[in-house]
Design a protein around this ligand. Structure first.
Ligand code: FAD
Length: 507
């Protein structure tokens, strides 16, 4: 008998381990709910509810094939040990998982246990992420080949195995608190497919133009991220759907075709970034825990002092006095989603204006992002805090972002009702309104002074001895080869830069 251990691949379609394992004999499809994982600081009730919806749908799909999903609650070794003692288990199958520090340690322990038991563990890679990668040269080409490989058909039927399944408790049963995410996306493959097709059929037409503003991004971005994070959609099937859509563009009017073509190109690149960022964590699991560039180790306090605790609380509660920051945080609490630029702005405000170490704020955001994907998340949080040492720093000015991305204050008024009567002209600087808004705080810091101080501190650090040598090693290890030259070039230009508000390459 084979055990297929479902992890972050909650689907039967294009699932290499399921289809391969079925070729070797009867399969017991297993999901292990691990309470210790869910006790982690990065996990929230929104993730759990989404998970249960994915697991329920996976169970229905497997039942149709003849073998329902077997759910077990407990530690992975304990559960596997129990099953191995009851069944003639020949092998365990699961996709390689590049997830958080906890799953990394768990997998090490499981590997040790299975070696002792002399049971093979087959772990093919997922999404083109390569384990024990020697270097980044040629990575993009390999990724492309992986994406162009044919999709894997689901098994036609499965043999039934007798084994007791357990019922997933509700979120409170696993020790999680309600997190008021009333407007979150629903879990499951059907939902994911429907987001993908509505995006490729219609919503994505102006994606490249409308992705940056939170007024339009909720509608014009794909919103497939949670389905990729839980594996109810595979990256490869999305990639293939984009290629199919590209082939159909020629039939559209010229203007529309151009818009579609730009948007599909941008969308396809981001799919590659998805895997590129996970590859970073695969290559350096420590980046979840420590600064990628070690010179940043003493720049900000890892343990917050009293003032930093007050700043952190205001940021978390959406009460900084900067409308765009507060609206974004409150929208995120309620929906579980925010577009890239606004995520970057939240993180940048916390790291530069409030001068907070990235780790606590990143934990807070991880709990709120329904699509929490450690490889992308921790790398991005470090990038937006300037601690990778290779990306040109970008400090987002929340007033400017407000004026550019929400000129009439539509988004701000939707999430910060205290500001409903402030005029459009003053909506992003309500402290200038003559009467002043009711029940809304004054700005927590002076935007310009805080930005200037942060930029100076970072640029001074970059001048330090040995800085460039470490940065070069980071480029070698992590930078996408498309941008490596650009990163090194921009580093040499650093000295000439006067205005710290600069554009950066995304990876
Ligand atoms: C501080 C910070 C933290 C982030 N944390 C996460 C996270 O935990 N999980 C996550 O999926 N994304 C994260 N992102 C990246 C990005 O914001 C989201 O992927 C995107 O907003 C998801 O919405 P979408 O599916 O509509 O994306 P679309 O714009 O429609 O893009 C399609 C897919 O491409 C990938 N993608 C898009 N942008 C990026 C990017 N910049 N880097 C890597 N992959 C990208 C995602 O898988 C996304 O689903 C983070 C960004 C920042 C600045």
């Amino acid at each position: 008998m084979q055990i297929v251990w479902f992890k972050r691949d909650l689907r039967v379609d294009d699932n290499a381990v399921l289809s391969k394992a079925v070729e070797h004999g009867p399969v017991l499809p297993l999901y292990i709910l691990e309470p210790d994982l869910w006790a982690g600081r990065d996990m929230g009730a929104r993730h759990y509810r989404f998970l249960t919806e994915c697991v329920d749908e996976l169970d229905c799909s497997l039942t149709k094939l003849g073998q329902p999903l077997i759910v077990k609650i407990g530690g992975a070794i304990e559960v596997l040990n129990h099953l191995i003692s009851r069944h003639p288990v020949e092998a365990i199958w699961s996709h390689q998982e590049t997830w958080n520090a906890w799953t990394y340690e768990r997998d090490k322990a499981v590997r040790k246990y299975l070696i002792k038991k002399q049971i093979p563990w087959h772990e093919p890679s997922q999404n083109g992420v390569i384990r024990r990668l020697k270097g980044r040269d040629g990575w993009s080409e390999k990724w492309l080949l992986n994406m162009r490989a044919p999709l894997i058909n689901k098994p036609l039927a499965m043999v039934k195995i007798e084994e007791k399944t357990e019922v997933l408790p509700n979120f409170e049963g696993i020790g999680l608190k309600d997190d008021n995410c009333q407007k979150r996306q629903k879990g499951g493959r059907q939902e994911g497919l429907s987001y993908l097709s509505s995006f490729l059929d219609e919503r994505g037409k102006h994606y490249s133009r409308k992705m940056s503003s939170p007024v339009t991004a909720y509608e014009n971005c794909s919103r497939i991220s949670p389905y990729l994070a839980f594996g109810s959609l595979s990256v490869r099937e999305v990639f293939k759907k984009i290629e199919e859509r590209r082939d159909l563009i020629s039939g559209d009017s010229q203007i529309e075709a151009k818009s579609w073509s730009r948007s599909l190109r941008a969308f396809s690149s981001r799919l590659r970034w998805h895997c590129h960022f996970i590859q970073k964590l695969e290559d350096e699991p420590q980046l979840e825990l420590t600064n990628i560039h070690s010179h940043f180790d003493n720049l900000r306090n890892r343990q917050f002092n009293q003032k930093e605790r007050t700043f952190f609380r205001a940021w978390k509660n959406g009460e900084t006095g900067y409308p765009m920051i507060d609206a974004c945080m409150r929208a995120l609490v309620s929906t579980g989603w925010l577009n890239f630029r606004m995520r970057a702005m939240l993180m940048s405000f916390s790291s530069y204006h409030l001068w907070l170490h990235w780790r606590e704020p990143a934990f807070h955001l991880a709990k709120l992002f329904l699509d929490y994907e450690p490889g992308i998340h921790w790398s991005q949080c470090q990038m937006q805090s300037g601690t990778t040492g290779i990306n040109t720093i970008r400090i987002y000015n929340p007033i400017k972002q407000g004026i550019d991305q929400d000129p009439t204050g539509e988004f701000v008024r939707a999430w910060v009702p205290e500001l409903h009567s402030v005029s459009d002209a003053q909506i992003h600087m309500p402290w200038l309104a003559s009467a002043g808004p009711v029940n809304y705080p004054d700005p927590i810091v002076d935007e310009k002074a805080a930005r200037k101080a942060a930029a100076e501190a970072v640029y001074n650090l970059k001048k330090g001895e040995g800085y460039s040598k470490i940065a070069e090693q980071v480029v070698k290890r992590h930078a996408s080869r498309r941008n490596a030259t650009r990163s090194l070039k921009s580093k040499s230009k650093l000295k000439k830069i006067k205005n710290p508000q600069l554009k950066l390459p995304f990876d």
